[in-house]
Design a protein around this ligand. Structure first.
Ligand code: GN1
Ligand code: MG
Length: 367
């Protein structure tokens, strides 16, 4: 098995016991590898980076190395006064000293430490969990905020640039796959849903172009399922999945954490009627976030918070929908209409956010 062969290339003591599929990622292949010596055991996370999505995997490793070294140093320096033990995975180098291994098909693999005794929940467990998720994201932003944005490389070009996903949709429309898939009324309704919000898709890019928002180091994928809770204390302990760390708008991150954590029915909700943007969860998450990060949000940043919540849910729906019409080449799917269903969940969430605009803005004024 390729994963076993690759696992042995990394600088870990002992012999490989097992390497098994791990987690629920939609893009890369993730495994948990277990090595043992006669007196110890080491578990680590092994990942194959999907070439079709990340054309320059070395950029991912460059950013990951920069950000984790920087954050680990700061965490160590602050450890004595911290209210908990904060963690962040560390890169395990290949035996040849590089931060990755390349297999015979040219695919890049990397290994990072496994955060033990902590759990990442795909769906929010309640208000306290939402607050902790916000706290972890705020802490991560604070830790990396002094890394110059231009020292980070492009891990994924066009990531979270919403108008680019509109272009992907538009390019797919004339294809036969899209025409076939648009024969269903659910797909046609989804298309109409996007059409009505086309202008809005530019809101954050316009603010960036106008100089109101600026590029900073971002995580890129801080959904609630990428935030780990310490099993012993119940507190947030770290954020994982650092593939998409690059310069971007922190609004992408804030919107992503909120769209994932404030929809208790989750991204794969079976019943669309269960999909809502929960205001109590929202207030807790944004409160947790600001407890760490309030000092680096200026008035423009704050003024765009409502838009980012609405936009990132819309954007993810658009990404799923465009991929559905393009023949499911980006996100891994478990059944034929999976991406369409995922898109409909996000669009339902957008409707719920829009219906609660006034209440959301009110919370934002008071937190
Ligand atoms: C993808 O593969 P995973 O689950 O870490 C996607 C995110 C989406 C997420 C939705 C590189 O993340 O942007 O928000 O699915 N990652 C990439 O679950 O596109
Ligand atoms: Mg990810």
């Amino acid at each position: 098995m390729k994963a076993a062969q690759m696992a042995r290339q990394f600088a870990v003591e002992g012999r490989l016991v097992t390497v098994e599929a791990h987690g629920t990622g939609n893009v890369n292949d993730t495994y948990l590898a277990i090595f043992r010596t006669t007196f110890s055991e080491q578990r680590f996370i092994l990942q194959r980076i999907k070439k079709a999505v990340f054309p320059e995997p070395e950029n991912i490793l460059h950013n990951m190395r920069l950000v984790t070294d920087h954050a680990h140093q700061k965490l160590e320096a602050e450890a004595e006064v911290a209210d908990r033990i904060w963690q962040l995975p560390k890169i395990i180098p290949n035996k040849d000293g590089r931060d990755f291994g390349i297999d015979d098909a040219g695919d890049y693999w990397r290994a990072i430490t496994h955060i033990a005794g902590a759990t990442a929940h795909e769906q929010v467990q309640g208000p306290e969990h939402a607050r902790e998720a916000g706290t972890v994201l705020g802490q991560f932003h604070r830790l990396i905020s002094d890394i110059p944005a231009d020292s980070l490389r492009t891990a994924l070009a066009g990531f979270h640039v919403t108008p680019g996903y509109l272009a992907k949709l538009d390019n797919a429309l004339p294809t036969q796959t899209a025409k076939d898939r648009l024969t269903s009324s659910n797909a046609r309704q989804a298309l109409q849903f996007v059409e009505k919000r086309r202008e809005f898709c530019h809101v954050l890019q316009n603010a960036l172009n106008a100089g109101h928002l600026r590029l900073r180091p971002t995580h890129g994928d801080p959904k609630v399922g990428n935030i780990m809770m310490d099993n012993a204390s119940g507190k947030g302990t770290c954020i994982v999945d650092l593939d998409t760390v690059q310069a971007g708008l922190i609004h992408y991150d804030i919107g992503d954490a909120l769209r994932s954590a404030c929809n208790p029915a989750g991204e794969d909700a079976k019943d669309l009627n269960q999909v809502v943007f929960d205001l109590d969860l929202f207030e807790n998450l944004i409160g947790g976030y600001l407890s760490q990060a309030a000092s680096f949000l200026d008035d423009h940043d704050r003024a765009h918070l409502y838009d980012c919540i609405r936009l990132i849910a819309l954007e993810l729906g658009l990404r799923f929908f465009a991929d559905y019409l393009a023949g499911d080449t980006y996100f891994r799917v478990r059944y034929d209409t999976h991406n369409l269903h995922r898109a409909r969940v996000q669009f339902k969430l957008v409707e719920s956010i829009e219906a609660r605009e006034r209440a959301i803005r009110k919370v934002l004024e008071t937190v």
